[in-house]
Design a protein around this ligand. Structure first.
Ligand code: ADP
Ligand code: MG
Length: 621
């Protein structure tokens, strides 16, 4: 048999490498901007057309390239940044693998103009899918101006793989935010066609707020620790501002963004018991370490790093975060009930303040005019479950104005109940004997055993079905908000919001937009007590995260259908530690079991389970 092994031509090898380094337009932007940063640029401008499909252009005022270097830069493994293998452990540049430009040119058409400040004339190079078409002298500004056109034009499978413009644009924005955060001293701008962002050089903190607007300004706590192995500085969010979705979490090591699950754990674990378990804090932390103590070369896109002193840094990081939380009063100083101790600790040299007393001089306990104590039960305001009001209160729950769904006829419910849980025999009105455990579970007895219900999930399910029902009936009523809500999304969220705005108005939301601020002036008529801001942030987050798939709604006309119903239900449902009265419990339980599929919530989470008598008996045997 003749020999069959051949060396791949460079153009093919480059295309294969491109598969690793260049996944989408955002990865091109990362590589090009990092090259500009390495070239010492102080101004970097990015222009995007069609979410990067047609054009990605990066213009910098860096050190440029000579005629020969410009050509060499597109060869495989061509780099000016390292000479010998040992240099890998002394890295101060973003790039070093000499892979980005050859990979990009293998899957696009390149038009690059570059000039070094010393040279009077620059060079222009056109490359088409790894093949150099022309190179000629060019009168251009000092620095580099590179255009990447028609990305993946020669790899149809990859081009098809690209997501919708709004998803790719939001990936681009996310990458831009990362680059902007790391390079806060550089003037960076991006023009996406639909929007422009221009970030002037700023302190790290100001860069954070420039990117994510004012939303974070007041809530960031500084972190600052300097040890022999690592210096950590930056900001973390106060526990109250932990986010359920898309927390902003950035770790930067020697000017490089990275993922590090172990350090992430160190940070998040400091918030244990301070935040709800389904939320996460935001953090923006910069590490400075000796370049020889890390290995950046463990991943082609270089966003994972191996540390020599991982465990020590873990401990240092935890100490720094805990100190910051404690110093800024974000951690209760005493673990048990702090409410009874509203006294500020005194610092050395401070003089205690005399308590202020306000007395009503005219108060006479014996005169009826001065006596403000309630005489009878009916004078007590806000009394719990006042019998007089109870019927009204209960009927409010039943009619749903307090969020517990529509009134149904009891018999109907019992029938539905029987059919939805075949094999179970409900002798009594279900839920009539119900206790609440740990303020979050409802326990009720049926003839087969005990049913244990997750109260919040149950309520979400009830509300969700109710909203879906309304949507199906195409009920669109609008209630105007007396106090319109202003929402100031960051660029990424704003972009997504713009895309779903029309769908939302279809459900009864009314918006006005001025500059980048959204004013909500109306919401659907059938929801009360809606936290509009958190609801809309929730929906936009869900779209961004992909958990609401805009292409896969229940109804093609209204792709938000399902996602909106879930978000509204979550926003309105009772919390996990809400004490419920006997009637509220009964209501939830009977509503739940009148639904066709009470076992699972809209997000697929289990709502209840049954502890059968046989299991109880076995356990007690
Ligand atoms: P790496 O960054 O890993 O060295 P690249 O393929 O990204 O590899 O770039 C190859 C070389 O091209 C770089 O080492 C650098 O010398 C040169 N280069 C790339 N972009 C620029 C730029 N914007 N300005 C000046 N030189 C550049
Ligand atoms: Mg590079």
């Amino acid at each position: 048999m003749s020999d069959i092994i051949r060396l791949l031509p460079d153009s093919v090898a480059n295309q294969i490498a491109a598969g690793e380094v260049i996944q989408r337009p955002a990865s091109v932007i990362k590589e090009l901007v990092e090259n500009s940063v390495d070239a010492g640029a102080s101004i970097i401008k990015i222009y995007i057309k069609d979410a990067g499909r047609t054009l990605i252009q990066v213009v910098d005022n860096g050190k440029g390239m000579s005629e020969t270097d410009a050509r060499m830069a597109f060869e495989r493994h061509a780099t000016s940044k390292i000479n010998v293998a040992d240099d890998l452990f002394r890295l101060t540049t973003m790039g070093f693998r000499g892979e980005a430009l050859p990979s990009i040119c293998a899957v696009s058409q390149i038009d690059i103009r570059t000039r070094t400040p010393e040279s009077p004339i620059g060079t222009r190079l056109l490359i088409n899918g790894s093949r150099v078409e022309t190179q000629e002298a060019d009168v251009c500004d000092a620095g580099t101006n590179i255009m990447v056109k028609n990305l993946f034009f020669n790899v149809p499978a990859r081009r098809k793989f690209l997501k919708t413009d709004s998803v790719e644009n939001s990936n681009i924005l996310r990458e831009f935010e990362r680059l902007a955060l790391v390079n806060n001293n550089i003037h960076l701008s991006i023009d996406l066609g639909s929007r422009v962002l221009d970030l002037r050089p700023a302190s790290f903190k100001n860069r954070i707020t420039d990117i994510w607007k004012n939303a974070l300004d007041l809530h960031l706590l500084p972190v600052d620790i300097d040890t022999a192995i690592v210096k950590v500085e930056g900001y973390i969010s106060r526990p109250e501002y932990a986010r359920r979705r898309n927390p902003l979490q950035y770790l930067i090591v020697n000017g490089r963004n990275m993922r590090h699950p172990y350090f992430h754990k160190a940070i998040v674990s400091c918030y244990d018991s301070l935040i709800a378990s389904d939320t996460q804090p935001c953090y923006f932390l910069k590490f400075t370490v000796d370049p020889s103590s890390i290995d950046v070369n463990i991943h082609p896109t270089k966003n994972e790093i191996k540390f020599e002193n991982e465990q020590e840094i873990f401990a240092i990081l935890r100490a720094a975060i805990k100190a910051s939380l404690a110093k800024n009063g974000a951690v209760p100083s005493i673990d048990f009930n702090t409410d009874i101790l509203p006294v500020k600790p005194l610092h050395k040299g401070e003089i205690p303040e005399r308590p202020k007393l306000t007395l009503s001089q005219s108060y006479n306990p014996f005169s009826s005019a001065g006596n403000n104590f309630p005489k009878s039960d009916s004078q007590i305001k806000d009394k719990p479950a006042n019998i007089d009001n109870w019927d009204k209160l209960y009927s409010e729950f039943m009619t749903g104005s307090r969020g517990f769904g529509d009134k149904k006829i009891e018999i109907e419910k019992k029938e539905a109940l029987q059919s939805s849980l075949p094999g179970m025999n409900f002798t009594d009105k279900i839920g009539s004997l119900c206790i609440q455990h740990a303020s979050r579970y409802l326990v009720t007895s049926v003839s087969e055993g005990l049913i244990i219900i997750h109260q919040r999930r149950a309520h979400i399910k009830i509300l969700y079905e109710k909203f879906i029902d309304r949507f199906k009936r195409s009920e669109k009523t609008v209630q105007s908000l007396m106090f319109p809500e202003l929402i100031d999304f960051d660029p990424e969220h704003f972009e997504v919001f713009t895309n779903i705005e029309k769908d939302l108005t279809g459900f009864g939301f009314v918006f006005e937009k001025k500059n980048d601020v959204i004013k909500v002036t109306g919401i659907p008529g059938y929801v009360d007590n809606l936290n509009v801001k958190s609801l809309l942030t929730d929906i936009v987050d869900a779209v961004l995260e992909g958990s609401i798939d805009m292409k896969k709604g229940l109804d093609k006309e209204m792709p938000l259908y399902d996602g909106l119903a879930i978000s509204m239900a979550r926003s309105l449902a009772i919390s996990n530690n809400q004490k419920l009265s006997a009637d509220e419990m009964e209501h939830i339980v009977s509503e739940l079991f009148s639904l066709p599929d009470p076992m699972y919530g809209p997000n697929g989470k289990r709502i209840f389970f049954t502890l059968e008598d046989s299991r109880i008996e076995n356990a007690l045997n």
